[in-house]
Every structure is written in C-alpha cells, then in structure tokens.
Design a protein around this ligand. Structure first.
Ligand code: CAA
Length: 258
C-alpha cells in the first residue's frame, strides 16, 4: 500500500515503519496514526515479517499528537470521533513483537506510541515527556496509565504534572527503556534485536508478548495461571520439540512456526 506519512521497508523478516512528517516533528495526526495502524496490521498478517521496528527521525520519534489538528475540536468532536481510541485498540491487537527505536523527542502521543510497543530502545539523544499539561489537557493515549506502570507513581506524577522531559539515561534507570545506545547506532541496535527475535519460534515470541502484557491486566495468581496454561500449550507445537531436540543435539534450532 502507498503511504503518505510513513515509510515502510520489509527486509530480512523485519518490517521497519518510519514516521515521516519531518516538517511537524512527526506529530501524530489522524492520517499518520491510521497509516501506522494499517502498516502494523499488514506486517502482522504478512508471512515475510517476524518482528516490527517502529521509528522516527533523528530529531524526533514524534513530538506528540498534532496540536494544529486538535486545537479547535470540541468535547463532542473528540468523543464522537473517538480520538486515538480506535488506533490504540488496533495497535494493542498486533500480535507480533514491536520494538520502538526512539531518537530525539518522544513527547505526548509520541511517548505514548513508544510505550504501546513491546519495548523501547533509545538513542542517547532521546527525550521523553508528557507535556500535555502545558496545553491545558492530559494525555489521551496512555500517558497517565502506561507511564505509571513503566516508571511508578512518583515519576509518572512528576512528568505529567510538571511536563518536564526525561533524558535517555533517566529513562533507562527508571525502566522506561530497555537499552540506550549512541544515536548513530540506534537502528543497528534495533535491527539486531529484531533479528534475534525473528530467529525464534514465532509461536513462542507471540506467547511471550501475550503473557507479559497479561501481567499488566490481571492479579498475580491469575497471570501465573495464564502463563502456565500458555506454557503447557506450547508443548503441542513442533517448535518445542525442535527447540529442545536442538539443545540436546548441541545445534541451532530450526523453528518452523508449527
Ligand atoms: N503538533 C503539531 N505541530 C508540531 C508539534 C505537535 N505536537 N510539535 C512540533 N510541531 C511543529 C511546530 O509547530 C513547528 O512547525 P512550524 O515550523 O510550521 O512552526 C515544527 O513542528 C518544528 O517544531 P519547533 O519549531 O517547535 O521545534 P523546536 O525544536 O523549537 O521544539 C519541541 C521542539 C520542544 C518538541 C516543540 O516543538 C514542542 O514543544 N512541541 C509540542 C510538544 C507537545 O506538547 N506534545 C504533546 C501534544 S498533545 C498530545 O500528545 C495528546 C495526547 O496525549 C494524545
């Protein structure tokens, strides 16, 4: 499909989706968000894709929802148009792993979009923030909920109430991102992580994504039950037989997603 606000490349089992509105620091207008959702859904359905990398430009992953597009909306507009709601649901429904590779600004909806991915690899230039309070609003795509789960109440309150930005080191030490690398190495690092994931059994990788996400939705006992049932279920796959046979034979496993 031809896109106007994103660039999609598929190579070596990995779909790389690059946000591409350079004049607006990749601000998330409805067109861009819908294109991201469609590209993610296409990647999820494609047998040429085993892992997805979502990224922006060197200066900005995304500087937030498009303020110009939102400024004149009313409560009724936002509610009836279900702003950000349908896209959030579409992104949450993606079953293949998604890595956010963040360089520069990841603010407001940009930070929220990165947090909707499965983990975040940051360039040392990355800046995260939920500055919606400066606009007289609050986050609308998970910035109060997901950020609190990533970094805890105190920091989530600090970020949301003051609107201050968090640099890459602070994001790493607070658990918002999994790795920080020099900006020039960002895509190499993200592609390397994606390659590692792509070499696993997709059934196991999708089960990891599903069960870890379940940890944020359920009490511990229920989550542990869910994990156990999923774990037992994987013993019905040929990939489990292959993975364990390969360990015994001291060779690389050849997973076939069966
Ligand atoms: N929406 C629309 N346009 C944006 C934008 C946004 N979120 N962020 C930046 N832009 C535009 C600017 O208007 C500017 O356009 P023009 O050249 O046409 O004037 C262009 O991108 C470059 O931006 P700046 O000149 O401001 O660049 P800077 O380097 O001086 O500052 C910045 C960078 C600190 C990120 C600053 O642009 C900024 O503060 N942006 C807004 C950040 C923000 O408030 N995000 C939250 C949005 S609300 C939200 O996201 C709601 C939600 O939860 C879903």
């Amino acid at each position: 499909m031809a896109y106007e606000t994103i660039i999609v490349e598929i190579a070596d089992d990995i779909a790389t989706i690059r946000l591409n509105r350079p004049d607006a620091l990749n601000a998330l207008n409805q067109k861009l968000l819908n294109e991201v959702c469609t590209a993610l859904e296409e990647a999820d359905a494609s047998d040429k894709v085993r892992c997805i990398v979502l990224t922006g430009s060197e200066k900005a992953f995304a500087a937030g929802a498009d303020i110009t597009e939102m400024a004149d909306k009313t409560y009724v507009d936002m509610t009836t148009q279900a702003y950000f709601q349908s896209q959030s649901r579409r992104i949450e429904a993606i079953r293949k792993p998604i890595i956010a590779a963040v360089s520069g600004y990841a603010l407001g909806g940009g930070c929220e979009l990165a947090m909707m991915c499965d983990f975040i690899i940051a360039a040392d230039t990355a800046k995260f923030g939920q500055p919606e309070i400066n606009l007289g609003v609050i986050p609308g795509m998970g910035g109060t909920q997901r950020l609190a789960r990533y970094v805890g109440k105190s920091k989530a309150m600090d970020m949301n109430l003051t609107g201050r930005f968090m640099d890459a080191e602070e994001a790493l030490s607070s658990g918002l991102v999994s790795r920080v690398v020099p900006a020039k190495k960002l895509m190499e690092e993200a592609q390397g992580a994606a390659q590692k994931i792509a070499a696993k059994s997709m059934l196991a990788a999708m089960a990891v994504k599903d069960t870890v996400n379940r940890a944020f939705e359920t009490p511990l006992a229920e989550g542990l039950n869910y994990e156990r049932r999923t774990f037992y279920g994987l013993f019905a796959t040929q990939d489990q037989k292959e993975g364990m046979a390969a360990f015994r034979d001291k060779r690389e496993a050849q997973f076939r997603d069966k």
